[in-house]
Design a protein around this ligand. Structure first.
Ligand SMILES: *[C@@H]1O[C@H](CO)[C@@H](O)[C@H](O)[C@H]1NC(C)=O
Ligand SMILES: *[C@@H]1O[C@H](CO)[C@@H](O)[C@H](O)[C@H]1NC(C)=O
Ligand SMILES: *[C@@H]1O[C@H](CO)[C@@H](O)[C@H](O)[C@H]1NC(C)=O
Ligand SMILES: *[C@@H]1O[C@H](CO)[C@@H](O)[C@H](O)[C@H]1NC(C)=O
Ligand SMILES: *[C@@H]1O[C@H](CO)[C@@H](O)[C@H](O)[C@H]1NC(C)=O
Ligand SMILES: *[C@@H]1O[C@H](CO)[C@@H](O)[C@H](O)[C@H]1NC(C)=O
Ligand SMILES: *[C@@H]1O[C@H](CO)[C@@H](O)[C@H](O)[C@H]1NC(C)=O
Ligand SMILES: *[C@@H]1O[C@H](CO)[C@@H](O)[C@H](O)[C@H]1NC(C)=O
Length: 765
């Protein structure tokens, strides 16, 4: 059971700590105003090094410089005493100081993985993504993985300034035309007294944890054809953008408490900007403090200004409202949904009396044949399979049948199976969809309560002669309905800026098969020390959704070099699917009924449709500055995020030219009203006319002005306003933040484009 317990630890939320080393020495991130740099310094690095060298040693300890930042911010990080920090803060040009903070990988809630060698295409990216460079800020990379071979890859773009650094079991020969950059940033973690050489991790870009290998191969793994397949999936392995180049910036290290330090993450992003990536993906989260305290938000702003597209996982703290991480409006925030593939086992009872397909991910090609079923003398009460309730002598050599209702009960029952070392088990439960794949390290099958009733009927009829055959390793394709919003995916609104709807989109993030590290490619099987080796693994998390988002963005950017990051996001959002593969509204897996834009944003990303959106909602850097003004941030706080001091807040607003609309109702209020201003830009080649079509629930009155927009050719723009009046009446489910939602869609007259945006009402946090 040990591995289950470890997985649980990974579930904990993001942390923020002010870490003390000795009593007084701490790591600080210092924001400076570069325009005040004395003329005799040629670089800001020289300025900071000189400044630090002038500080008096305290107890014989001089300040230790960690990093100079040139892009994500102007400034540096250093380990200093309080009195040394006081001196730094007196220097002209000091803008702000923030103590080191720590974030967590949006790892799979559980690092569940399976013994699969190869994987099939998540979806076909075709020949797109060419010449794009995707920077992944993560746990490193396993360069020998087949997914990072450079067969068929175009040459390294001449504009690339990055490199592959030398470190433990890593040097430049590990890079190729697929993996064109690999760096590692561990100074911040080391100052936490993390001695990497005493852990199993590598002090180099090489991946120990597997997370970065998985996310990288999801975003841009090369096609791996005709792979021999074993177990649950067969076919061709490919990332979303198989011709894109990859650059890894390792900032996450093996530690049981902390995953990554803000100073390292900032440097990873700084280096990625310096090197010239076109897109970045972060499957990491820091506590969602105001943006001026959030290293990812700060780094992402600089990236946005440089035209670098930024995707981040929305967080794994669902299904509760206001749990969004990485919700800054200049980030594309990606939630996680299921895919249409599932893992199963076929049960045959009584030589064909009853055949059932249940859920299982047991990783061996085991065929159970004619094995007796243990049924506790017909006593199917829940208590029957609880801890210490069974006698191993009674169950030896049998498949134990247990009725469990919810998923926590299934977990408890699995403990009992482990204790009695059950040969195998069948669980009847209403919660199979929440069972992690890691639960199936023994020959377990989960079936529905309805199927369970049939099984019980058979068991009662056949008594002691009840027998079962089980065939494992069945992969179900075309599973419906899909996508469904994952239970763990963080839900909107954003706590920091609720006036912008988050998440933006949904992408696959449940049971995603991608490359893995062989050193951890082990799935415990059964109750002994047996491990199944693997070089492809199945993981779940918004960590897996973000690389899908960035991969699609790479395809779009390759097709439309002139699109801004906001335009790319707009194309993804306004063409997203809100209907699943069973032609129903996308379901929230938690409730089993239709989800809402607080769960899935604009919907499930649809790459092919996003290629040709017709119109886009664009946003410029200055608009985001006006937005920060609208948040009432001080000039110092705005300077920390934007490095600007010469802006004006005359146009402060809490709105942006965003492809979605949200209204927040104050506590104890049923009504609210808001007018939004928007500008659409024609990105299609031809002239066009669009008319607004509204889908409004009874609680929502929407007025669009004008209802017809005319575009005179590519890049032509048209303005409109949307006034929304909400009256929710007595409608509010206890503890639910969601109000109601509708859509505004611009339909092209005599054309094929539809540009759809959600309109959502929600209650204040
Ligand atoms: C890189 O390391 C490998 C061993 O892993 C070694 O064979 C090779 O010579 C090294 N290459 C360089 C450029 O140092
Ligand atoms: C880290 O651990 C190694 C191995 O125990 C040791 O040799 C080294 O001195 C340690 N480094 C630091 C900075 O403590
Ligand atoms: C994680 O970091 C903490 C804080 O520095 C340290 O005490 C602990 O030993 C580290 N754990 C591992 C496994 O390295
Ligand atoms: C079933 O098992 C429970 C708990 O062990 C016990 O309380 C109950 O009496 C049993 N019922 C039958 C019909 O044996
Ligand atoms: C799950 O089921 C167990 C046992 O039937 C029960 O004690 C527990 O409260 C249930 N938990 C939830 C979350 O419904
Ligand atoms: C900003 O300050 C103004 C004036 O005090 C206030 O009306 C507004 O609600 C504040 N906005 C936010 C987001 O706090
Ligand atoms: C601020 O300064 C920059 C560089 O000096 C300049 O490009 C920009 O136009 C200025 N912005 C405003 C709002 O004055
Ligand atoms: C909200 O709606 C409920 C039910 O219609 C009503 O009882 C309540 O008075 C309304 N509150 C306000 C502030 O209008």
């Amino acid at each position: 059971m040990e591995h289950f317990i470890k997985f649980t630890l990974l579930l904990s939320l993001v942390f923020l700590f002010n870490v003390s080393l000795a009593e007084e020495y701490n790591t600080y991130i210092i924001h400076m105003d570069k325009s005040t740099m004395p003329d005799h310094f040629t670089t800001q690095h020289d300025w900071y090094m000189f400044t630090l060298s002038t500080l008096p040693a305290v107890d014989g300890v001089a300040p230790i410089h960690l990093y100079t930042y040139n892009h994500v911010m102007d400034g540096f990080s250093a380990v200093m005493s309080k009195s040394q920090l006081d001196e730094v803060e007196k220097i002209q040009g000091h803008v702000a100081t923030y103590p080191e903070t720590f974030g967590q990988a949006l790892t799979t809630r559980s690092s569940q993985f399976l013994g699969l060698r190869k994987h099939s295409g998540l979806w076909q990216g075709g020949e797109f993504g060419k010449d794009m460079i995707i920077g992944i800020i993560d746990t490193g990379i396993w360069p020998e993985s087949e997914s990072f071979n450079d067969h068929g890859m175009p040459p390294v773009p001449a504009r690339w300034r990055g490199r592959c650094e030398t470190g433990v079991e890593f040097n430049s020969s590990h890079c190729n035309r697929k993996l064109i950059g690999a760096r590692s940033f561990s100074q911040g973690m080391k100052k936490l007294h993390l001695n990497i050489s005493t852990t199993d991790d590598y002090d180099s870009p090489r991946d120990f944890l597997g997370h970065g290998t998985h996310t990288s191969s999801t975003a841009a793994g090369n096609r791996v054809r005709d792979v021999d397949s074993y177990g649950y999936a067969k076919g061709t392995a490919t990332g979303v953008a198989p011709l894109a180049h990859l650059a890894m910036y390792k900032v996450v290290f093996l530690n049981d408490t902390y995953d990554s330090a803000a100073s390292d993450v900032l440097k990873g992003m700084d280096q990625a900007i310096e090197d010239g990536v076109d897109l970045m993906s972060l499957s990491l989260g820091f506590f969602e403090f105001p943006y001026y305290k959030n290293p990812i938000a700060i780094g992402a702003f600089a990236a946005m200004e440089k035209g670098i597209f930024m995707a981040c996982g929305a967080g794994n703290n669902g299904p509760y409202g206001y749990t969004i991480l990485n919700g800054a409006p200049w980030i594309t925030t990606v939630g996680a949904g299921t895919i249409d593939r599932d893992y199963a086992a076929h049960l045959t009872l009584g030589e064909g009396v009853l055949t059932i397909t249940g859920k299982s991910a047991y990783p061996e090609d085991l065929f159970v044949s004619g094995v007796p079923i243990y049924y506790g003398n017909g006593n199917t009460s829940k208590e029957k399979c609880q801890y210490l309730s069974l006698n191993p002598e009674d169950t030896a050599g049998k498949i134990v049948y247990c009725k469990c209702d919810n998923v926590s009960n299934v977990e408890a029952v699995i403990y009992e199976m482990e204790r009695i070392q059950a040969y195998g088990a069948i669980f009847s439960t209403d919660s199979a969809q929440f069972m992690r794949l890691s639960y199936f390290s023994s020959p377990f099958v989960a079936i529905s309560l309805t199927q369970g009733d049939l099984v019980e009927k058979y068991l009662k009829a056949s008594g002691d002669s009840a027998k079962v055959d089980i065939k494992f390793q069945i992969t179900l394709l075309g599973v419906k309905p899909a996508p469904q919003v994952a239970d763990f995916s963080s839900r909107g609104p954003s706590r920091i800026s609720p006036t912008i709807l988050k998440p933006d989109i949904l992408a696959p993030g449940v049971n995603i098969l991608a490359a893995w590290v062989p050193n951890r490619g082990r799935m415990p099987i059964g109750y002994g020390d047996d491990m199944l080796l693997t070089d492809y693994a199945i993981l779940s998390g918004t960590s897996m959704a973000s690389p899908h988002g960035v991969g699609v963005a790479a395809l779009l950017k390759a097709a439309h070099h002139d699109w801004s990051s906001a335009a790319i996001r707009s194309a993804m959002m306004t063409t997203a699917d809100i209907i699943d593969n069973a032609n129903g509204a996308i379901i929230d897996i938690i409730t089993g009924i239709s989800g809402t834009p607080l769960d899935y944003g604009a919907g499930q990303v649809n790459p092919n449709k996003a290629m040709d959106p017709g119109l886009v909602y664009d946003v410029e850097a200055d608009d985001y500055v006006n937005f920060l003004c609208g948040l009432n941030y001080t000039s110092q706080q705005i300077a920390v995020i934007t490095k600007r001091s010469n802006y004006s807040c005359d146009k402060a607003t809490l709105d942006l030219n965003y492809p979605s609309f949200i209204l927040i109702l104050e506590e104890n209020s049923n009504t609210t009203s808001r007018t939004f201003k928007r500008v659409l830009t024609n990105v299609a080649e031809s002239n066009s006319v669009y008319i607004a079509v509204l889908l409004q629930p009874n609680t929502m009155k929407v007025v669009v002005e004008p209802m017809t927009l005319t575009f005179a050719g590519k890049q032509s723009k048209a303005e409109f306003s949307v006034t929304v009046d909400i009256d929710l009446g007595g409608f509010r489910t206890e503890g639910d933040y969601y109000g109601d939602h509708g859509y505004i869609s611009w339909y092209e007259v005599n054309g094929k484009h539809v540009v759809r945006s959600p309109i959502v009402s929600a209650f204040a946090a």
